[in-house]
Design a protein around this ligand. Structure first.
Ligand code: PLP
Length: 429
């Protein structure tokens, strides 16, 4: 048995950890089977407890843009650890990474560091509400902004009026302040704004969606959100937890030339340590405690080890002029290779891609929103996942996730991946 030790560890974990995991998607519920327990990782590869090697397309769900155990990050954390791991006092390194982030990202003056993307998005909407004095927010079906109450709202039949919670424990009181819109549907957003005139604090969006597969914005959609936000005096929040420092130095704001009012970060910004951040212009950020009345805090926020990892990561990204071009080329190569093979075996598919994000959908139509993403052939995706895994390629255990391309991937790795897709295609026909 290939995963003997992983199976044993999973069994043991389930006794003391709910479902055996500390974050649900790791449990393979979407694809079935036993989760693989990681032991170590280096560059483009992750190694499990049974000694299997996988080409890794999850990369800790995004942070490892430059590959696992990236030496400058490892070095920075080791050196910093020797100086103590946390003080609860301000440190110079927090200013250093803040200065660098502000220099890389358009349209922000100040940034505050927190411990996760969830915290960043949760704090961003509190700030937006505090700044505007309004309560409601608009989010998009299929966009994920972490697990805080306001965002765990799914579309029901009443989607265009009030959201309904999709987790027990989220109160109706909270749910009624979150309105749902369809991704890439600007008319829907306008309707919501018109129907709730004067009541909406913010529109929050993944400007390139990555939590229902990879779904880029259609032409004019983000521009439309920007102008509607201005017209209705609503703050536009870009949740760039996934895309920030990944699709460009300055994220989607830079890539698409659109300014958001508040930007959220996570994943890459921490270089693999627990970090999130949110940022905006002075007029907005100065509403935050201790300068202003909107409260937000954290015992371990701006933790020196996390900041050291993030600073090493951002420094590397900032100094490599060719990085995003290389990533783009690798992703395109993989896209073309997989597409050719799937075409050859007449497997119906759509591949979405932008920069270093890519997703394969077993669906003939364009995948542009949650509904079309959900229409994919999930049974085929499960077979795809397990076939790839068996062949040493680790993709996300869900049809609703993007793959993350890292700079550590060689063309040899990409060829191996395409060969694995060919094997899958053979098995299917
Ligand atoms: C991952 C993610 C989050 C949540 O970040 P955590 O660090 O998991 O709390 C929020 N928004 C987006 C777009 C994400 O991809």
């Amino acid at each position: 048995m290939l995963y003997q030790r992983s199976s044993a560890l999973f069994k043991e974990a389930q006794e003391v950890i709910p479902g055996g995991v500390n974050s649900p998607v790791r449990a393979f519920k979407g694809v079935g089977g036993t989760p693989v327990f990681a032991k170590s990782a280096k560059g483009a590869y992750v190694y499990d407890e049974d000694g299997n090697r996988f080409i890794d397309y999850i990369n800790s769900w995004g942070p490892m843009l430059l590959g696992h155990a990236y030496p400058p990050v490892v070095e920075a954390v080791i050196e910093r650890t020797k100086l103590g791991t946390s003080y609860g006092m301000p440190t110079e390194i927090e200013t250093e990474i803040a200065e660098l982030a502000v220099s890389m990202v358009p349209n922000i003056d100040k940034i505050r560091f927190v411990n996760s993307g969830t915290e960043a998005c949760m704090s961003a909407i509190r700030l937006a509400r505090g700044y505007t004095g309004k309560d409601k927010i608009i989010k998009f079906s299929g966009c994920y902004h972490g697990h805080s109450d306001s965002f765990l709202i799914a579309a029901g039949s009443g989607a265009s009026t009030f959201g309904t919670p999709n987790s027990p424990g989220v109160t109706q009181g909270t749910a009624k302040d979150t309105l749902l819109a369809n991704y890439n549907d600007i008319d829907n957003v306008e309707e919501l704004l018109e129907a709730n005139k004067g009541g909406i604090a913010a529109i929050i969006i993944e400007p390139v969606a990555g939590n229902m597969g990879c779904i880029p914005p259609t032409l004019g959609f983000l521009e439309g959100l920007r102008s509607l936000s201005d017209e209705h005096d609503v703050l536009l929040i870009f949740d760039e937890v996934m895309t920030g420092f990944r699709l460009a130095k300055g994220g989607v704001q830079e890539l698409k030339g659109i300014d958001a009012d508040i930007v959220c970060f996570g994943k890459v910004v921490g270089g693999g340590l627990p970090v999130g951040a949110f940022a905006a212009r002075n007029e907005i950020m100065n509403h935050l405690a201790p300068l202003g009345p909107v409260y937000q805090a954290g015992t371990l926020s701006g933790n020196p080890l996390a900041m050291a990892a993030g600073l090493a990561m951002l420094t590397a990204i900032n100094s490599d002029k060719e990085l995003f071009h290389r990533l783009d080329e690798k992703t395109e190569y993989l896209n073309d290779g997989m597409s050719k093979v799937l075409d050859e075996y007449e497997i119906v598919h759509t591949i979405n891609r932008i920069g270093s994000m890519i997703s394969v959908h077993f669906h003939k139509d364009p995948v542009v929103d949650f509904k079309t993403a959900a229409n994919g052939n999930n049974e085929q995706f499960k077979r795809f996942f397990h076939s790839m895994l068996k062949q040493g390629v680790y993709i996300a255990p869900s049809a609703f996730e993007t793959w993350f391309i890292t700079d550590a991937l060689s063309y040899n790795d990409l060829d191996e991946t395409i060969a694995a897709v060919r094997q899958f295609a053979k098995e299917e026909s």
